[in-house]
Design a protein around this ligand. Structure first.
Ligand code: COA
Length: 186
């Protein structure tokens, strides 16, 4: 069983197969996919979300290799507005996206603060690493704000083509020290 998360404004609800319908409606937008790895099919097929949930994400979660949540506002919990995942692996442990009308309000920073805690404290991994295209300014800013640092630069294949990419990391000790200094910051 994956735990539900709550933050000041959000509910992070563990992914279920039924969420594929909403994901299919929200996810296939160029603004969302352009800086995702090119394993995301594009153009996105009509059964893309069903395939992702049923054949990739839920089996990963079942095997204990990944944790996936739909993101909802506490004020409107029946409506999904985004998605966030944690995945075991060497250099890309977190992925996320948010429906465009909800971007730019600090919501993903809030979701990431909760998932960072889940990864580094609840699951007890010593290190969180995330990879992102350098051109993905909003995503880079979240890592920067949350005290992560760049540890590698290389090219990766995104939906929009081959682009320079960075790997960011933070250790559990660094995350704890940051929270101790400023417990209310996301
Ligand atoms: C990345 C994403 C989830 C950010 O969500 P969000 O809720 O808007 O993020 P937040 O508001 O918490 O933080 C974004 C930060 O980037 C900044 N930012 C956003 N766009 C920016 C831009 N074009 N230039 C400079 N800064 C920018 C915001 O001002 C904010 O920083 P601040 O708090 O210092 O003001 C959203 O843009 C998205 O879904 N993108 C498409 C999917 C994607 O790329 N996912 C990540 C793959 S690595």
């Amino acid at each position: 069983m994956i735990r539900e998360g709550t933050t000041k404004r959000l509910i992070l609800r563990p992914l279920e197969l039924a969420n594929a319908v909403e994901i299919q409606a929200l996810f296939p937008r160029w603004e969302i996919v352009q800086f995702l790895l090119n394993r995301v099919p594009w153009p996105y097929p009509p059964d893309g979300a069903l395939h992702y949930c049923r054949d990739i994400a839920l089996p990963q979660a079942e095997r204990g290799e990944a944790w996936h949540w739909t993101i909802r506002l506490r004020s409107e919990p029946s409506h999904m507005i985004g998605f966030i995942s944690l995945v075991k692996g060497e250099e890309d442990n977190r992925g996320f996206w948010l429906d465009a009308p909800w971007q730019g309000r600090g919501l993903m920073s809030e979701a990431c603060a909760w998932t960072n805690d889940f990864w580094l404290e609840t699951l007890g991994f010593p290190l969180l690493r995330v990879a992102k295209a350098i051109a993905n300014t909003a995503s880079r800013r979240i890592s920067e704000k949350q005290g992560m640092r760049v540890v590698a630069v290389r090219e990766k294949d995104y939906v929009s083509g081959r682009l320079p990419s960075e790997v960011w990391e933070i250790t559990a000790d660094e995350w704890r020290a940051r929270k101790a200094r400023d417990p209310h910051r996301s």
